[in-house]
Design a protein around this ligand. Structure first.
Ligand SMILES: [Zn+2]
Ligand SMILES: [Zn+2]
Length: 341
């Protein structure tokens, strides 16, 4: 199966957390966490349409300024999600600069705070000197943060002595066109193929008419069955900076269930379990156990503490011992190869 959701840790396993999730055939990207991102080309970052921040500890949020600098002159709205308080952090960052020459700019940041049962959005527009404006009333939150035609993003609020949010990105359905069948059908490829895919993803009724040529309408079911290979979408889960507790574990397992790739923090080895617990972080063994419980297909541990420099392979080995699926080995993806424009 061709992968259409490509996740890449921009700073590898040892640098600041920042996971770029690219929706390959859409030319769209999401960024999960916002540690330093200055080693990633602007052309890659400019495709980011939404950023999902776990919490505002510095290693997860200091890339905000870099992203702002890059997007400032763009005529678009960047969406940013995070725990309650993230709008204050954004406001604080923006207050650090002078904005007397941006009145003509079209750029804005839309910040959504995710609370246990509701979400509230705020807008900061360059043309209004980034004054904070409330966007509507709170809306209910039941796990789903973004419900897009192509993908959904879910969130789980975890305990890291502050709230740290874990996210999953799931492609709705993976749709491939059967080129041979399309050629044999004598239909001319065109925008109708995208309309067909959108209707299938939206779970439209079987008899929905799709216009394949002027005046030629055919039922969705026939076109789908003849021309598309439909497989379940891929899922990427991301968990970082959390205490290993029963409540956190239950939420993590639910969020990461069946993930194709599970990115899980593993800052500590079991030999430093006490330190890990005191700092509200996971060990590699705990990461492996969570991946096993979630039935993840592949585990990628990251956010290694520099105290293990020279022993990073041990972290992966310890996680692997608890997890029976496949692992991304340390060094398998070096930082450079992960940044594909
Ligand atoms: Zn933290
Ligand atoms: Zn951290």
């Amino acid at each position: 199966m061709k992968t259409s959701v490509r996740p890449r840790l921009l700073n590898g396993e040892t640098g600041d957390p920042a996971l770029l999730v690219t929706l390959r055939w859409q030319g769209r990207s999401l960024l999960v966490d916002l540690g330093r991102i200055d080693r990633t080309p602007g052309s890659v970052l400019l495709r980011v349409e939404a950023v999902f921040v776990s919490h505002a500890h510095m290693d997860h949020f200091m890339g905000f300024d870099q992203l702002l600098r890059l997007f400032l002159a763009r005529d678009l709205t960047l969406r940013l999600y995070g725990p309650v308080g993230i709008a204050d952090h954004v406001q604080g960052k923006l207050a650090g600069y002078t904005w007397n020459l941006t009145d003509e700019y079209g750029f804005a940041i839309e910040v959504t705070e995710i609370a246990p049962t509701e979400m509230q959005s705020w807008r900061f527009a360059a043309c209004r000197r980034f004054a904070r404006e409330r966007l509507g009333d709170p809306r209910p939150f039941r796990g789903v943060v973004v419900d897009d035609a192509i993908f959904t993003v879910e969130a789980a609020l975890l305990d890291h002595k502050v709230v740290s949010i874990a996210y999953s990105v799931r492609e709705r359905l993976h749709l491939n066109v059967r080129r041979d069948a399309l050629a044999a059908s004598a239909l001319v490829p065109g925008a109708w193929l995208n309309r067909l895919k959108a209707a299938v993803r939206a779970d439209a009724p079987e008899d929905t008419p799709i216009e394949v040529a002027p005046g030629d309408r055919r039922p969705l079911r026939q076109l789908r069955d003849d021309l598309l290979i439909v497989t379940p979408g891929q899922k990427v889960a991301y968990v970082v900076d959390v205490l290993f507790s029963a409540a956190n574990a239950a939420k993590i397992v639910r969020l990461a269930r069946g993930a194709d790739v599970f990115f899980c923090e593993a800052p500590f080895l079991e030999e430093d379990l006490e330190q890990a617990t005191r700092r509200y972080h996971l060990t590699a063994g705990q990461a492996g156990a969570l991946a096993r419980a979630a039935g993840a297909r592949r585990l990628h541990v990251f956010h290694f503490s520099p105290r293990y420099e020279g022993r990073y392979g041990d972290i992966v080995t310890e996680a692997q011992a608890e997890f029976s699926g496949s692992m991304v080995r340390y060094g398998e993806l070096d930082a450079r190869s992960q940044v594909v424009p």
